[in-house]
Design a protein around this ligand. Sequence first.
Ligand code: NAG
Ligand code: NAG
Length: 759
Amino acid sequence: MKYINFISIIFLLLVLFSNSIFVKSKQCKIAVLLSGDFSDLGYNYQFNEARVKTESILKLTEFSLYYKNLDESEEQSEAAFKDAIEQGANLIVVASSGQTAMGLKYAKLYKDSDIYWIIKTSARPTDDLPKVAVLDFNTDRAHFTLGYFAGKMSKTGVVGFVSPGEYIASNGNAFYLGAKEARPNISFVTTFTGSWFNPEVAYKAAQMLISNGADFLGMSQDDMSVQKAVIDSGSLGLGVTGYPTRLVYGSANIGLSYITDWTEVFVKYASHVINNTWPASDYYKTSLNPGGSLLFDEYSYLVPQEIRDLVDAEINILKNESFTPFRCNPMYADIGFILDGNGCISYSDFEKNQQVLKGDKLSKTINFGTYTIPIEFVDYSSSMKLGITVTSSICIFLCIISIIIVLVFRTARIIKSASPAFLFLILMGCIIIFIGCIIFSQSPNEGTCRARVWLLSVGYTIFLGSLLVKNWRIWLLFDNPKLKKRSITNWKLYPWVAGILAVDVLILAFWQGLGNIRSESRIGIDSLTKYQYANVCSSNDQGSIALYILLVFHGIKLLVACFISFKIKVVDIDEFNESKPIASSVYIITFCLFIVIPLMVSPQSVASQVTTICVCAIVTTLISISLLFGSKFYKMITQGVGLNQTFASSSKSSSFSQSLEKKKTGEEDDSESSEENGKKAIIVTQQSVLAHFSSDTEDDVENEAQQIDEEKEEKENNDENNDITPLEENFEENNVSVVQSKRLSNQLNGEVEIDSNNV
Ligand SMILES: *[C@@H]1O[C@H](CO)[C@@H](O)[C@H](O)[C@H]1NC(C)=O
Ligand SMILES: *[C@@H]1O[C@H](CO)[C@@H](O)[C@H](O)[C@H]1NC(C)=O
């Protein structure tokens, strides 16, 4: 008895002890592994919602976990599994087929731990993994129903389907068969996007199907782009992501949505974990029956009652699990499948099938294959083209007017003293630059790629070369300490312009010859989308080198021009005051070149690069010719044309003399400079300049002899025929100054003096 008592007490204690374990019910900590983001209002959203709802329905004290975007990388999924297990999750839901393999691997790894799994796969559960429940998620019935709905609703008699892969999804054929069930003469169009999530492609693919007549589209896509295209086209979209999309797009836009609701599944299996009643190797298949996770949202208010009734009836029939119209159709035989006694293909054949059903006598199908967005050519903006072309054309017109004025008034004093030939060259250069700008703004092809560089470069060379050489002459004539006579006629200057032009042409020829200049189609430049391309000019490395050499060449030309402009800025005679506008022009162009060069080498949007270059070219050229010609034309208007006059008042030449005086006084030994006899000093300087002239010329002896004669002649001329009013007291001295100035003037006019140098 004592013994028995003792045993019974121990037994009682054991029972009490074990009871206390059982009473303290097991915790369930859920972890959900999602392929994408739960903000997708679709598949992932629905799974996450189920997790949240289950947590509150079962009042789980262990907060559940979620892991998102696991489709992005293998490492991310692996880390999610490890973390979930580490954090003590004991009900792990693998929601996406992307993680199925890894889920099974971990389930095997932890099969002896107290961890339960819900894994999405269509494979049957295996006995060696009793803690895994298979979630067989199938939407073929839902798609069949939506197809049926579309067939009933379609006004065009054409419906379509957008598949995610490289071939039609099995759901696509289900959708078609549903539509055909509703309307035997329905037409079916289909295309594949190659991706579950590519809104741009999906939208355009849908637009393509719509343009082929479809007014209802089914889809297997992770986002609503296809349906947005349908809604945008004015028809009703379908909710095909498992979320009641009516709540987002409105009842007026969504005809019908199917909904996936996983809450019941989650609650069911979480309760099994808590109550320790887990069914070994369970298999859960979605269905339209209550608790089957698949259901339909309410209809759009635009759907007529008779269609609602028909669709409801169809849904009721589809609740019969044995009724599988989506895989039972003679059309499957047409594409090579063997039908069983009931006229059906096997479930696995249905899933494996990659072909679009061929249709029959009443109904035809069109397969558009994989859809790729046609790549679209993007030209420079038409406003830019137009702006540059119009501006340049106006400038060219102004240039032509100027040329006419220069030609007509070539004997006018002011034009003559600025040498009409050079003015003509400058204007021609400008016209070439403006034509270059127009071509620059055109969309690149091989011709324009070459022409634009040629025109701009040659234009600038003629323009700047002429300015440079003109200035150079002034410099040579005036910056001449011993005042030696020097004769520099236009004909002596042309070879220099031609020489500069020749260098330019040489570099350009090198650039074109070796550079392999071509127009290339590029994607991914500027603000182009993935599906747009633009043409750009390109060349090989040698071409780039030549282009840099060309830039350096223009740069040197500009710097030399700047230097000469700086040197002659003391020249203050009205006739030669062209040096000022020339200097301004050169400075502006130099400044612009410093903007353009960094632009050429820095990564810039092609269009803005072109715009900047063109605007720089137009603005600098326009300002330059305005400065050069505007003042001349203005003077011609205000001071009279002065045909056949070549020289100005002596006051101007004396101001030149003064500047020379300032420069020379104190430097020259023989200049007796003082406040009182300043004028004398000027003359002395002038004479010394004259003296210097002769030794500098090539044929010194002859020249000097001739010069003396000329000077005598000129003195005589001046004595007789004075358009100069001498203000100075010393007539003789003043005459010397006048003679010198007149000679300079004549030379600048391009008039050939009697000089052995010219012979
Ligand atoms: C297709 O069938 C429907 C009735 O189901 C009919 O109203 C329609 O005219 C038919 N269309 C064609 C092109 O035969
Ligand atoms: C379910 O569908 C099968 C196959 O179409 C059919 O034989 C069976 O009678 C249906 N059951 C019910 C209850 O309608």
